[in-house]
Design a binder for this molecule. Structure first.
Ligand code: C2E
Ligand code: CA
Ligand code: CA
Length: 397
């Protein structure tokens, strides 16, 4: 029995196929490359962990192979690549999702070594479904049991990233971002364990921990004379949980805080998945006085009407657009239009991923309201925020 997970690359360009195969081998995969889509059925097994798929191939396109996998009810993680424009990748991703497939990432050619490396390293850590049932995982991989243990022994910590008003440079709030202080592996970023938490159903408990630690921190800041807001990320499951609005509202009251100090962030993609049921829950969250933010805006497919129907108070422009606004006219156009649209609908605009001074100035000029990003500050432990806030003007100019 092969104990390394199987990864299959389908691309008509041998250079690219080999390039990816080498990275996959280093990431710990049993990697196989085929340059003809006609060989797909012969090489693909239902337990293939990852398929890296070029959308454009001469005799059979990638969309056809997606259909083959959908018919097999495949649980394979799929990485889509394309040499054409990004809109094709986005359409293909949407199509795959609608067929119940799991798209772990998209890559536009030419892509960088580190882009594919990061994706493959993360996927190598995901437990296979059949493995998580027996509790076995590859050595070094994060298992469901380890995450459960981390929750029970309080290994999760929350860091906070400042959000600053463009207008006056004041600290408006922070976003709560979870980390795992792992006894052997050090501080793990959420990308390493949130997908596992979501798959295994541990995300509910993880969210409770983040809420509890965030509210407690908010209370401590208040005692120190710092009144700011906290934004908490809502996972997809909480949009199905009809008790969620009451639950969080009760926790806020119990901590002696005001609902106005709490913003809940829902990604645009999550929203689209849970549209029917979420309207009820999101409306009740607003009625209880909390704010609602639509996160990663621009990466999903919400329509104007949907934005209008759901009472969002804030719109966060995805960092992929913010990061390139200075250099890429298309990204700039999206930032401009989104800012106008959000303002027209009465929302406050948060630019996420502000990494340098020129981006700060450009977005300020475009009328964005709040900035978040490495230029202002990286996420930090709660006890560092107060001292940071006192020297805020030294960080922004
Ligand atoms: P997100 O909600 O979009 O959070 C923003 C991410 O962008 C954070 O990554 C943050 O550190 C990073 N970031 C902030 N400023 C910059 C910048 O200027 N440049 C760049 N390149 N990145 C920047 P992080 O902390 O690794 O979190 C990744 C994702 O994990 C989050 O994306 C969110 O989707 C998820 N996540 C984090 N904490 C939680 C949580 O408590 N619950 C849930 N359900 N998801 C969480
Ligand atoms: Ca967020
Ligand atoms: Ca975001």
């Amino acid at each position: 029995m092969q104990d390394k997970p199987h990864l299959l690359i389908v691309d008509d360009e041998p250079d690219i196929g080999e390039f990816i195969r080498n990275i996959a081998v280093l990431a710990g995969f049993d990697a196989e490359f085929i340059d003809e889509a006609s060989q797909f059925e012969a090489c693909y097994h239902p337990d293939t962990r990852v398929v890296v798929l070029d959308l454009f191939m001469p005799e059979r396109d990638g969309i056809e192979l997606l259909r083959v996998m959908a018919e097999l009810n495949a649980k394979t993680a799929i990485i889509l690549i394309s040499g054409y424009d990004k809109s094709v990748l986005n359409s293909a991703r949407k199509l795959a999702k609608e067929q119940g497939l799991f798209v772990a990432g998209t890559l536009a050619k030419p892509f960088r070594y580190d882009e594919i490396e990061l994706l493959l390293n993360n996927l190598a850590l995901l437990p296979l479904e059949n493995q998580s049932q027996t509790g076995q995982t590859r050595s070094g991989a994060i298992s469901e049991q380890a995450l459960k243990n981390a929750l029970e022994t309080d290994q999760l910590v929350v860091h906070f990233q400042p959000q600053v008003e463009f207008g006056n440079g004041k600290l408006a709030g922070v976003e709560a971002l979870v980390r795992w202080q792992h006894p052997d592996h050090g501080l793990l970023m959420p990308g390493r364990f949130i997908p596992l938490a979501e798959q295994s159903g541990l995300i509910d408990r993880l969210t409770d921990v983040v809420i509890e630690k965030s509210l407690q921190q908010l209370g401590e800041w208040l005692q120190q004379g710092l009144r700011i807001n906290v934004a908490i990320n809502m996972p997809p499951v909480s949009l199905k949980n009809l008790h969620f609005p009451e639950y969080i509202s009760e926790r806020i009251n119990a901590c002696g805080l005001a609902a106005e100090q709490v913003t809940l962030e829902v990604t645009e993609t999550t929203l689209m998945q849970e549209l029917a049921r979420s309207l009820d829950i999101l409306t009740r969250i607003r009625m209880k006085g909390m704010s609602l933010s639509i996160d990663d805006f621009g990466t999903g497919y919400s329509s104007l009407v949907q934005l209008y129907r759901i009472p969002f108070t804030e719109l966060k422009i995805d960092l992929s657009f913010v990061k390139h606004a200075v250099s890429d006219p298309e990204a700039l156009a999206i930032v401009k239009m989104t800012t106008m649209l959000g303002h027209e609908l009465g929302m406050s605009i948060v630019a996420e991923g502000v990494e340098d001074q020129s981006t700060w100035h450009l977005l300020k000029q475009l009328g964005c309201d709040i900035a978040q990003g490495y230029y202002i500050a990286k996420p930090m432990p709660g006890e560092k925020i107060l001292a940071w806030a006192k020297t805020i003007h030294a960080h922004i100019s």
